[in-house]
Design a protein around this ligand. Structure first.
Ligand code: FMN
Length: 212
């Protein structure tokens, strides 16, 4: 698939067909994704490829409580209104165990290059040694005709997830990627994102929109 076409047509897939995903396909995606950059080229990423149905159900069961808390807060803030996108995400959460593959992406915390930990705000840089790898997986899935969803809600339950999947203590959970063939009838037809003129500026932040 042409790169820009993949980049601009990779929404979060919320609805999946039950068809299994061949291991060769998943392996090909990971083999390409592992070429991502990481601070100092430490490559601290590890992936647990979960296809076992009982484990997927346990992951869904762990996912639901923090997800429901999040939804409650969101709905309260919106004066009781539930958006269509929230409804879709909620249905996805309830059916997470039905998605054929859960990729649990972890990272060796000691391998993160963190250069912004003394600035009195949450660190951003640590994540940069793992999420380029995750984005590569998302694009690889798209290239293989697979849908995927990046989720981080389960990171709130990291201790339980580590126990369940025998993840060693030095690793942190970066995300759970749901992967499978999309239910094409319910695939989003467009992706809503800000225009370049709203996010890129010429020379200084107040230098006006960066234009071609
Ligand atoms: C860092 C990150 C964490 C996310 N965590 C979740 C999550 O826990 N659950 C979920 O349903 N979606 C999650 N998403 C998906 C976003 O909700 C989604 O990307 C956003 O709503 C835009 O939707 P679209 O990609 O379909 O355009 C996450 C996305 C990112 C980038």
């Amino acid at each position: 698939m042409e790169l820009y076409a993949a980049m601009t047509t990779t929404p979060t897939t919320r609805f999946y067909r039950p068809d299994p995903v061949p291991s060769e396909v998943l392996h090909r995606i990971l083999d390409a994704a592992r070429h991502a950059p990481s601070g100092g080229n430490r490559q601290g990423w590890r992936v647990v490829v979960v296809t076992d149905a009982a484990l997927r159900r346990k992951l869904r069961d762990l996912y639901l409580p923090p997800w429901r808390e999040y939804v409650e807060r969101l709905v309260a803030r919106a004066g009781g209104r539930r958006s269509r996108s929230l409804e879709r995400s909620d249905e996805f959460a309830e059916h997470l165990h039905d998605v054929p593959v859960h990729l649990v992406v972890c990272v060796d915390v000691g391998a993160l290059t963190i250069t912004d930990d003394e600035l009195g705000r949450p660190s951003i840089v640590g994540g940069a040694s793992i999420y380029p790898f995750v984005q590569n997986i998302l694009l690889g899935c798209r290239n293989e005709g697979l849908g995927a969803a990046i989720t981080t809600m389960l990171c709130r339950r990291e201790p339980e997830v580590k126990d369940l999947l025998a993840i060693p203590p030095e690793y942190a959970m970066a995300c759970l990627l749901a992967v499978g063939y999309a239910d094409e009838d319910r695939r989003p037809s467009k992706i809503s994102r800000r225009d370049v003129s709203e996010i890129a500026f010429r020379d200084t932040f107040d230098g006006g929109p960066f234009e071609a």
